[in-house]
Design a protein around this ligand. Structure first.
Ligand code: SF4
Length: 617
């Protein structure tokens, strides 16, 4: 039977009031031109309702799942979705980007987003089959790990093709950096959206759609799609990611110092090759994994067949950031052990970056004598030994013993032990990813001014500095140790990445022009969009996220890196440290925003159409 059609964007949200169990439709038929979809539209929808009185783990915090504008179409590598709310980890804007297939499926069910309001009295899971929405008892699912949860829901609903976003025990126990998982291992890891979902007592949202997108201009869409497909096929980095996964970057990162070691205190280590994508390919790799609409397939499916790190069969393998968190941070050279840690984090619902760094901080504190084994549930934390880390992952997910302290993240750990927060590897409360600002100095500015704490996806400065220009956005690569021009470059990248995150483009793909993206968007959705309008939308999306943060109590006082990330290192960084103050001053000057308050000027807010935005729901 021919499937019914839906539009590439559905222009409506599914609203679920968890206290009453009532569902309704919220039309969002305007403002796609201004906010595009995905992250931009999520910010627009939540901006009028988020303020500093909203406790992140209270029923007052709305949780929004939003598919990107081009998710559900055949546009290559655009199949992602975001999950947004006030973050329990940072207390500012929480936004977590996820691959897999859930977002595309939501679009094919006829929705652009799912908005969870309030909190349920008892545990529930939501099943969406096109317009039919059921809120079902999830008590039998409580305590289950992610894969077990997915299997149980598919069995109970009798639908093997359901796409499921769920939390593990970490989300149930409100671990500050709990993730939301889909497709048995694709994580919306950052900013603790799993804890917000847990606070609402929602174990899972499952979706299946029977529609397919109707494109506004199929011929123009196909032309733009084919151009982008060709660009992806011709891209050296993406070919390398296809072959080795993004862990293929481990070797180069260790040489340049982008990847530092031993909880960010060492610039050199002899174990990088052992934990690289090439080593993975030679040992435990079973096959590639492709997110929906992806033609690259950087995902790895691995299997550890025997020994104490044995996996229960082929499972999602560790990516570059996870290898940084559990390999480089803990000095563990064993890819099988890292794969086991990754598998456990996915199953228990833990962000591997924040989780790995929190555990690394515990190793660091034990070496300093602050956290002796008797205060760490008897665990001896020896660099290179993954076994206690594996125990800690389980303890964190249940908030058991020392796990209850580590579940708070590095700032919480520092406060608990009375250690200086300058030793916590976090910016605005979120643990830093593995792109060291001593190797690419503009990364310092990227982290300090990001909308969600230490985020490497808000500008991907290291990628540009390595030689990826974006002429349409006026972006040219700058030498990695050079400070001149960094402020403008980072600001332009931030605006551009906001567009990518709203279209739901994979972070690794960099189209050659804004015109190409505007053509894809307008031909798919029927919403007219020029290159200039798309570029302006990027600035609007960056600015509205700052306005949200100001409403949430954001202060430029916190725009800094902790001292542990600013100590000169040996190795590829050549002892360089970023001059962050210079970068920040120039960034505010370039944006024309007030350095003392962090505010954009009223005239800019009005020019971007951001004043007096009415509530959407
Ligand atoms: S390149 Fe990797 S992260 Fe990006 S869409 Fe493909 S599989 Fe997913």
């Amino acid at each position: 039977m021919k499937r019914p059609y839906t539009m590439a964007i559905n222009k409506k949200l599914l609203k679920i009031d968890l206290a009453s169990g009532k569902t309704s439709t919220v039309p969002i038929d305007k403002e796609y031109k201004q906010f595009i979809g995905g992250a931009g539209m999520a910010a627009r929808i939540l901006y009028p309702v988020l303020n500093n009185r909203v406790d992140p783990l209270s029923p007052a915090n709305p949780l929004l799942f939003m598919a990107g504008a081009l998710a559900g179409t055949l546009a290559p590598n655009f199949g992602r979705h975001v999950i947004c709310a006030r973050s329990p980890l940072t207390s500012i804007w929480g936004e977590s980007n996820c691959g897999g297939s859930w977002g595309a499926e939501l679009k094919l069910a006829g929705w652009d987003g799912v908005l969870l309001l309030g909190a349920s009295k008892d545990w529930v899971h939501v099943v969406i089959k096109d317009g039919d929405v059921q809120i079902l008892d999830a008590k039998p699912l409580v305590g289950k790990r992610v894969t077990e949860t997915e299997h149980a829901i598919k069995e109970a609903v009798g639908e093997k093709k359901l796409k499921i976003s769920s939390i593990g025990p970490a989300g149930e126990h409100l671990v500050k950096y709990a993730a939301v998982l889909s497709d048995e291992g694709r994580a919306a890891g950052r900013t603790g959206m799993g804890a917000v979902m847990g606070s609402k007592k929602v174990k899972a949202i499952s979706v299946i759609g029977s529609k397919k997108p109707q494109l506004a201009d199929p011929a123009k869409f196909n032309e733009a799609k084919q151009q982008l497909q060709q660009e992806i096929k011709d891209n050296f980095t993406l070919n390398m990611f296809s072959d080795l996964g993004n862990a293929g970057y481990v070797d180069m990162a260790s040489v340049t110092g982008d990847l530092s070691f031993k909880y960010f205190t060492k610039g050199e280590w002899d174990g990088a090759y052992d934990i690289s994508g090439a080593s993975m390919k030679e040992s435990i790799l079973k096959k590639q994994y492709f997110c929906k609409q992806c033609i690259v397939g950087c995902g790895r499916i691995v299997e550890v067949a025997e020994g104490k790190y044995k996996t229960p069969g082929p499972v999602h393998g560790p990516e570059y950031e996870t290898i940084g968190a559990f390999g480089a941070t803990l000095l563990c050279k064993d890819l099988r052990a890292i794969s086991k840690a990754n598998y456990l984090c996915n199953e228990l619902g833990i962000d591997t970056i924040s989780g790995g760094i929190s555990i690394g901080f515990a190793y660091y504190l034990q070496e300093k004598g602050v956290l002796p084994p008797e205060k760490a549930d008897g665990l001896t934390l020896t660099w290179g030994d993954m076994d206690p880390a594996i125990e800690l992952i389980e303890k964190i997910s249940m908030r058991k013993g020392i796990g209850n302290v580590l579940a708070e993240g590095t700032i919480g750990i520092a406060r608990h032990f009375g250690v200086s927060e300058e030793e916590a590897a976090a910016v605005y409360g979120m643990e830093v990813p593995f792109h060291d600002a001593r190797a690419y100095v503009g990364s310092a500015l990227e982290y300090a001014t990001s909308h969600r704490g230490a985020c490497h996806q808000s500008a991907q400065y290291y990628l540009t500095s390595m030689g990826a220009p974006f002429p349409d956005w006026g972006i040219t690569p700058i030498d990695r140790f050079e400070h001149e021009g960094v402020a403008e470059c980072v600001a332009r990248l931030q605006d551009m990445r906001g567009v990518f995150q709203s279209l739901s483009l994979c972070n690794f793909v960099v189209p050659s022009s804004a015109t190409l993206l505007a053509d894809l968007f307008s031909s798919a959705t029927g919403v007219p969009m020029t290159r200039e309008e798309l570029i302006l939308a990027g600035e609007r999306i960056w600015t509205i996220r700052r306005l949200i943060n100001l409403n949430l109590g954001y202060s430029p006082v916190n725009e800094k890196l902790p001292k542990i990330l600013l100590k000169p290192l040996e190795g590829g960084t050549n002892g360089i440290v970023p001059n962050l103050e210079k970068q920040i001053s120039e960034w505010y000057a370039y944006r024309g925003w007030d350095r003392a308050t962090g505010n954009p000027p009223v005239a800019k807010i009005e020019a971007l159409g951001l004043s007096g935005l009415a509530p959407v729901f």
